[in-house]
Design a binder for this molecule. Structure first.
Ligand SMILES: CC(C)(COP(=O)(O)OP(=O)(O)OC[C@H]1O[C@@H](n2cnc3c(N)ncnc32)[C@H](O)[C@@H]1OP(=O)(O)O)[C@@H](O)C(=O)NCCC(=O)NCCS
Length: 406
């Protein structure tokens, strides 16, 4: 029997042969799956696991970034992982993901993130849970009216294609300071503008100088007799696929915009960072907040990942890490970190008083999702008290906040 091999998709390869796998895996039609691969993921971002002529598995790896400590770190979002039903349980996905991780490292990416439906698979490739996706449900009538009631111009208008760069700039201004947010590329923006929840509308607010200071993309769900929502006789739901602001005026304007839907919309659903000003603006606690999902991170290049992210301003610290990585040998061993002025200088070597852990534990610590002292308490990292505390200060701060799924 031929060996299992991992390779890129060739330019003339019929995409249908590959699209069959996600179609079968995620329960969608073959042509929808083919369109998704070709139009959204991009053929150049797809890899396959093959045995001879047979395509047994596929994986997409889409360039995007993560804002960490106020800086953008490049990463590849892994998605569309699928193995043909007839080939499952034979180790195809495990070997494909290991090859994919090695390739992403060789391509020079410091990080890779994904949403996992099977943790043991991704853990075997060095990923670990590194952040949460939070869903808020807000009664629309609970949002306090903000802004002039009798003004001639609310500042809001419907989004056109020409506005997309300005919307991207508004998002970047909003998201960059929020630890853990995605630095989005077109794949994510298409998910926002052409949501699978239904017809997506987009509105934006412009300040007097013509700068976009807030925007909102949303789907207003059809009225349903059987699924009535609290707070309104009509009871429909507004699913915000994305909203952001870049100034206090923009934020106030967004609240006023949302309040304008309260006569028809019972509940507004939106993914939020922890501590979102949107929730802080509500008059009481009658909103829902739940963890919808968690995301995993693979540190592909320890040194680049450490150097590219930002660190707490005003912190000067020295820390030694001793990492073990079975898949990417170049990550293993000791690293000396010198943190100063929000940056980190990384060299080989360091002290005996190191934080010792596997590359998976490091992923959870690196984003600030897990505290080193907590992982030490269950035997997943080894270090003395002081090192645990220093590492917690260097990487901690706030829980990483991702609001996009992919
Ligand atoms: C998830 C999927 C890609 C796994 O592919 P696969 O080739 O069957 O997986 P592997 O045989 O390489 O197994 C890898 C690991 O996954 C886990 N796993 C695989 N099949 C499993 C099963 N039926 N039940 C529980 N765990 C399983 C095991 O931990 C396994 O590791 P092990 O062999 O050391 O026990 C495949 O089942 C699939 O396409 N499912 C539908 C789509 C999907 O869920 N994609 C993932 C989206 S994030």
């Amino acid at each position: 029997m031929p060996e299992l091999a991992y390779r890129a998709v060739t330019p003339d390869e019929p995409i249908e042969l590959i699209a069959r796998l996600p179609a079968l895996a995620f329960g969608v039609e073959n042509d929808k799956s083919a369109e998704w691969f070709e139009q959204r993921v991009g053929r150049e971002n797809v890899r396959v696991a093959v045995r001879g002529e047979d395509i047994l598995g596929c994986v997409g790896r889409v360039p995007m970034g993560l804002y960490l400590g106020g800086r953008e770190v490049a990463q590849l979002g892994v998605l569309g992982v699928a193995v043909a039903p007839e080939a499952r349980g034979m180790g195809v996905a495990r070997r494909m993901m290991a090859d994919c991780v090695r390739e992403m490292h060789a391509d020079g990416y410091p990080l890779s993130a994904l949403y996992s439906a099977m943790h043991p698979l991704y853990r075997s490739a060095g990923y670990e849970t590194a952040g949460l996706l939070l869903d808020a449900t807000i009664p629309a009538g609970m949002i306090e009216p903000v802004g002039p009631r009798m003004g001639d111009d609310s500042g809001w208008r419907e989004v056109t294609e020409a506005d997309l760069p300005a919307i991207g700039a508004c998002y970047a201004a909003y998201a960059r300071p929020i630890h853990g947010m995605l630095a989005r590329t077109e794949y994510i923006w298409r998910r926002i503008r052409e949501s699978r929840y239904g017809l997506t509308r987009g509105f934006l607010s412009e300040d007097p100088a013509g700068v976009v200071d807030a925007y909102c993309f949303y789907v207003q769900a059809a009225w349903s007799e059987t699924d009535r929502r609290l707070g309104t006789s009509a009871g429909s739901e507004m699913k915000i696929t994305d909203a952001a602001w870049s100034s206090p005026r923009g934020f106030a304007n967004l609240l006023g915009f949302l309040r304008g839907f309260a006569s028809m919309v019972g509940e507004i659903r939106v993914t939020v960072p922890p501590g979102s000003p949107l929730l802080l603006a509500l008059p009481d606690r009658r909103y829902g907040l739940r963890v919808r999902d968690s995301w995993m991170l693979r540190v592909l290049d320890v040194s680049a990942a450490l150097e590219q992210r930002g660190y707490p301003a005003g912190l000067t610290a020295e820390l030694t890490l001793e990492i073990e990585d079975d898949l990417i040998e170049a990550n293993s061993g000791r690293w000396l970190l010198r943190v100063r002025d929000g940056s980190c200088e990384v060299t080989r070597g360091g002290r005996d008083e190191a934080l010792r852990c596997g590359v998976r534990e490091f992923a959870a610590i690196y984003t600030g999702h897990a505290k080193p002292a907590a992982l030490r308490g269950v035997g997943r990292v080894a270090c003395d008290d002081r090192t645990a505390e220093v590492a917690g200060t260097v990487f901690g701060g706030s829980q990483p906040a991702m609001v996009d799924m992919f």
